[in-house]
Design a protein around this ligand. Structure first.
Ligand SMILES: *Cc1c(COP(=O)(O)O)cnc(C)c1O
Length: 538
């Protein structure tokens, strides 16, 4: 009797809460609560997991990875004895053939920024540029080879052991700081990539915030929804919250919304120059002024734009101030392995001054192995990446970067002009520098369906969501490829306008379905299952 009464009371309370949620937050949110509740029932999660696993397996089997994941061959183990040189070369050749040749095909719109597929080709070419001026010599060739072979095996963990690596790292950081208009106070570190740079900025300002304001309970970051997911990843790793603010109608950060979202636990504002999705620049000057007024640090994620915007600005394009010229900016990240054209594994994180930077450094004095210190996430830091970043920057110089920027901007301008003239297509917002996103300007045209058709023609499309559009970074390998792309795009657009049913099929259909799932947790589970499945040797 007593239990029945308690049950009844609990049931009524839960119902009251749910009705309340329904009226306050709308049916979508309500549905989400129901889905979450159903997931808690015994056995339901196991069922969902099984369905997910099946879905992922069939998805992978229908993908480009199909040929690698079907057969259940014996487990791959370390060879009992060394491969003969012949065997090794055959296997290497096969792997090369199996690989996506982005340089040759010019069909991807992200990921690879280098100009040739061979490993050190860029640096060798870059050094050729040096040598053109100074005369070519076998001795110089030998130095280039030895340079990369030596540093490839070195470790920047201990700056006292490898003095030349330390020198190169500090020079790369200094050159980047100057390029982004930092004064002599601006300092930084080299990291393995944009992710590590952003992780470090978040960690630094979490610790800086706590040091300045000990009352902070759970530190948070305020940033527009368009910010790169590395910021969410950082908050997840470092046990912080992210408060996402909306974009305005032109996909720029809404400064008012940022101001309203800031609370007493906010340790950092993050804005992008530009954000990756639409290549639209956040209003850094206005956000900088807000940051100063509120006394909160501002990190500018220029991973994408850091090595392109300075040259685009010098070429005469109108670029709003985005770097250390803006007073409120306290840190910036810029990827050398993107438009800096070094091999993968190099990015720079910069801080307004050395006092702020100190919060990035980790030190531990009680290890029996000795005194330990490390500036960033990685312990061992590969020397080859540092040497490559240094060589790329020194060898290209301002004139080299300007030349490349001119070439890439010419392709970009031409593509943008043609795309806006195609019936049904538009550009999302006002893209700056060398990238843009293609959207649909006609309710009869589903842009994801256009991507599906483009993929049948060999192009690899970068799909963005909410709202749907297609991101394009223009890269060195697109030289000579733009006309073919634009012709294919025009034909694909017309085809989709004439065949509206395509929007319900293929990947377009999946995106359409996903937009209607109220609980994105299921999509997240799918992604986790996908990575778990794909990184298994079959
Ligand atoms: C690429 C990118 C990152 C992440 O950099 P990785 O080198 O992929 O780790 C972060 N922010 C922006 C804006 C980017 O374009």
């Amino acid at each position: 009797m007593m239990f029945q009464l308690i049950e009844h009371v609990v049931f009524t309370l839960v119902l009251a809460v749910l009705i309340n949620v329904y009226y306050r937050k709308g049916p979508r949110y309500f549905l989400k609560i129901i889905v979450l509740a159903v997931k808690e029932l015994p056995g339901v999660q196991t069922l969902i997991d099984q369905v997910l696993k099946k879905e992922v397996t069939s998805f992978v089997k229908s993908s480009t990875l199909a040929q690698d994941v079907v057969a259940s061959k014996p487990r791959i183990v370390l060879p009992k004895s060394a491969f003969s040189s012949d065997d090794l070369h055959v296997q290497m050749g096969n792997l090369l053939k199996r690989e996506c040749n982005t340089q040759e095909d010019g069909n991807v719109f992200a990921y690879t920024y280098t100009m040739k597929d061979e490993h050190f080709k860029l640096q060798e070419e870059a050094f050729d540029m040096f040598e053109e001026k100074t005369g070519h010599s076998a001795e110089q060739d030998k130095i280039v080879k030895e340079f990369f072979h030596a540093f490839m095996h070195e470790n920047a963990l201990n700056p006292m052991i490898f003095p030349a690596l330390r020198l190169m790292e500090t020079e790369v950081v200094s050159m980047t700081a100057a390029m982004l208009n930092g004064d002599r106070e601006v300092v930084g570190f080299l990291t393995s990539g944009g992710t590590e740079s952003n992780l470090m900025a978040v960690k630094t300002f979490r610790d800086y915030g706590r040091a300045q304001r000990p009352h902070i309970r759970r530190p948070n970051i305020v940033t527009p929804i368009s910010v790169h997911p590395t910021i969410d990843k950082a908050a997840h790793y470092f046990d912080m919250d992210v408060i996402h603010t909306p974009m305005d109608k032109d996909f720029r950060a809404d400064v008012k919304a940022i101001e309203q979202a800031i609370n007493s636990d906010t340790v950092l504002i993050v804005a992008s120059a530009p954000q990756f999705c639409h290549s639209v620049m956040d209003p850094i000057e206005e956000i900088g002024a807000l940051a100063l007024r509120k006394g909160i640090p501002l990190h500018v994620d220029a991973c994408f734009g850091g090595f392109m915007l300075p040259w685009v600005e010098k070429l005469g394009y109108k670029i709003p101030k985005f770097d250390f010229r803006v007073p409120g900016v306290t840190s910036m990240s810029a990827d050398v392995h993107k438009y800096g054209y070094s091999v993968k594994g190099a990015s720079v994180i910069l801080y307004r001054n050395a006092d702020i930077r100190k919060h990035q450094i980790y030190a531990y004095a009680e290890w029996p192995g000795g005194l330990y210190g490390s500036p960033s996430m990685a312990g061992t830091r590969p020397g080859g990446n540092i040497a490559s970043a240094w060589a790329a920057m020194k060898a290209l110089g301002e004139s080299g970067y300007m030349g490349k920027a001119r070439e890439i901007m010419d392709i970009t301008d031409k593509m943008k002009a043609r795309i806006t003239s195609i019936k049904g297509l538009c550009l999302m917002g006002e893209p700056c520098m060398s990238a843009f996103a293609i959207g649909s300007s006609d309710s009869n045209l589903n842009i994801q369906a256009v991507a599906d058709v483009m993929e049948t023609k060999g192009w690899k499309m970068e799909r963005c969501q909410t709202p749907d559009c297609l991101h394009c970074s223009i890269l060195p390998h697109h030289t000579g490829k733009a006309d073919k792309f634009l012709d294919d795009l025009e034909a694909a657009t017309k085809h989709c306008m004439d065949n509206k049913a395509l929007a319900k099929k293929g990947t377009a259909g999946v995106y359409g379905m996903m937009a209607n799932i109220p609980d994105k947790g299921i999509v997240t589970d799918f992604l986790v299952e996908f990575f778990s499945e794909v990184y298994t040797c079959k």
